[in-house]
Design a protein around this ligand. Structure first.
Ligand code: ADE
Length: 245
């Protein structure tokens, strides 16, 4: 899978993605990440990529020209494809990224990200590039680089071969729209706190049942908004109803 990132800080993207699991996937060429420096495409003689907003107001806007020319360079790199790659503009004004969107994006061959800076981007660039506007949460960051890295990380781990066989993407938080159950490793007792007996019992079916119940309890306590979409068996639904009484 190929990620192309249009940014004013290409080194930030490459340094962030070049380590840990994504770094290994890059080396193995299971994913490719290429950052394009928007500043290299400006026609402005001093290298400016931003200007004051028409109509007044605080801050500066990124101009359409360098972004559109940078996009053309990305498209030349991608070459002729049947389908226009999705172009994601990172902005708090977008739809909120989540695991379902990550699964959808992981099916793509190429994804292009546009990272904004300053107060925003000239709307015409977004129109011309037909961007999908995506937010990573209801808070405001200084630019789109961290959100792009966050999305690349999240999408990459769903690409076959990126996670090792011990790093499953199936049994985890948001699987079935539930939070993950509590996990423990050795020793069996630490600072007076014991690992729940059931996990030491070796009884696989009981362990599974306990984990599902823990997931349901935790989701109810921390993220009840996830429960209407949670995939529960009839028994599990009864268990949840019992917790609500
Ligand atoms: N740029 C600034 N804040 C952002 C956010 N919350 N999500 C995506 N892009 C952003």
């Amino acid at each position: 899978m190929n990620f192309y990132v249009m940014t004013l800080f290409p080194e930030m993207i490459m340094e962030g993605i070049g380590v840990s699991i994504t770094g290994r996937a890059l080396q193995k060429e299971i994913i490719k990440v290429k950052a394009f420096d928007i500043r290299e495409y400006t026609n402005e003689k001093h290298g400016h990529v931003d200007d004051y907003p028409y109509g007044g107001g605080a801050g500066m806007e990124m101009q359409a020209q360098p972004i559109c020319d940078c996009y053309d360079a990305v498209m030349r790199e991608i070459g002729e494809k049947e389908k226009k790659p999705r172009v994601i503009y990172l902005t708090p004004q977008g739809k909120v990224f989540n695991q379902n969107l990550a699964r959808e994006y992981a099916e793509e061959e190429d994804i292009i990200f546009l990272c904004g800076h300053y107060e925003g981007v000239d709307e015409r660039a977004l129109e011309l590039l037909q961007t999908e506007n995506v937010s990573v949460g209801d808070y405001v960051l200084t630019g789109g680089e961290l959100p792009a890295m966050l999305m690349i990380d999240c999408i990459s781990r769903l690409v076959p071969g990126v996670l090792g066989k011990d790093e499953s993407a199936d049994i985890e938080t948001f699987h079935d729209n539930l939070l993950e159950y509590p996990q423990y490793t050795r020793p069996p007792e630490y600072k007076g706190l014991k690992v729940p007996d059931i996990l030491l019992s070796g009884h696989h079916a009981n362990v599974e049942k306990w984990r599902r119940e823990q997931s349901i309890e935790r989701t109810l306590r921390v993220r009840p908004d996830l429960l209407p979409e949670a995939k529960l068996s009839d028994k599990e639904r009864k268990y949840l109803e019992g917790l609500l009484k």
